[in-house]
Design a protein around this ligand. Structure first.
Ligand code: SAH
Length: 254
């Protein structure tokens, strides 16, 4: 069945099967073989996934795509829903891996949702807009290093896998794409709450060119001796451990 792509759902269908194979090959199911695919579209990844695991749940927002998938993969569990709104705790998997050629218009929101569910996520293999993939994987002292780099790297090891040119999609997107893999690390607790960490990291990067002291001027505890050195730096100079230490010293209840 031919299907016109819907721009508002970020639809760019992958048409290169070799790239689909590489993406699915990178998913390691040794620790857990439950898989959630976000946005299966017409099933280019799904047809490989079903050979790899019997435990797959597909989440697709577009009813036309849902119908195509139901037709092609009769036994596969597809949920017609917005990934951003679905309660992943109720999906029937305790732990799971996530895979997808993610819709670019909601990539940050997908990542924040993965962060919220971080203790159930084992691994993520996903296609993002190249700039987003670079941001997630970049290290301190780079202009690309930002809020999502810090938050994701606090909980995941990040690997930059492959660049995928726009000619591999239909319709051709305006941007280049890249596939990355995030593997959950051993960090369960940071030493501060996730919401405090989020608040501090966001505040630090809200004025990324300024010294952190200025970006954080609405916080109390700025005189804390443990963080004077950090406060004179800029956000992009700090690594994950620095942000954790900063959060603990700024917001820890005494
Ligand atoms: N995986 C397919 C499609 C990629 S395009 C391929 O590689 O060809 C992105 C897909 O995500 C589309 O099928 C689109 O309908 C779906 N999508 C977009 N927003 C979504 C959302 N909020 N929740 C679930 N699926 C979504």
């Amino acid at each position: 069945m031919s299907l016109a792509a819907k721009k508002y759902f970020g639809q760019h269908f992958l048409i290169n099967n070799n790239i689909a194979i590489q993406i699915v090959d990178n998913l390691d199911l040794n620790l857990c073989n439950n898989v959630i695919e976000i946005g299966p579209g017409k099933g280019v990844l799904t047809k490989l996934l079903v050979k790899k695991s019997p435990n797959i749940k597909l989440i697709e927002i577009d009813l036309d795509c849902v119908d195509i998938i139901k037709e092609k993969f009769k036994k596969t569990d597809i949920i017609h829903a917005d990934f951003l709104k679905i309660d992943l705790k109720k999906i029937g998997f305790k732990k799971y891996n996530i895979i997808g050629n993610f819709p670019y218009n909601i990539s940050s929101q997908i990542l924040f949702k993965i962060l919220e569910n971080r203790n159930d996520v084992i691994e993520v293999v996903g296609m993002f807009q190249k700039e987003v993939a670079e941001r997630i994987c970049s290290k301190p002292n780079s202009r690309k290093y930002g809020i999502l780099s810090v938050l994701i790297q606090a909980y995941f090891n990040c690997e930059y896998l492959i660049d995928v040119g726009s000619e591999n999609f239909k319709p051709v997107p305006k941007v280049q794409s890249s596939v990355i893999k995030l593997t959950r690390n051993n960090t369960i607790k940071l030493g501060c709450t996730y919401s405090d960490f989020l608040q501090v990291v966001k505040a630090c990067f809200s004025q990324r060119r300024k010294k952190i002291k200025n970006a954080l001027k609405n916080f109390t505890n700025l005189n804390n001796a443990n963080i004077q050195d950090t406060l004179s730096k800029r956000a992009e100079q700090l690594d994950v451990a620095d942000f954790i230490k900063l959060t603990i010293n700024l917001l820890q209840k005494k």
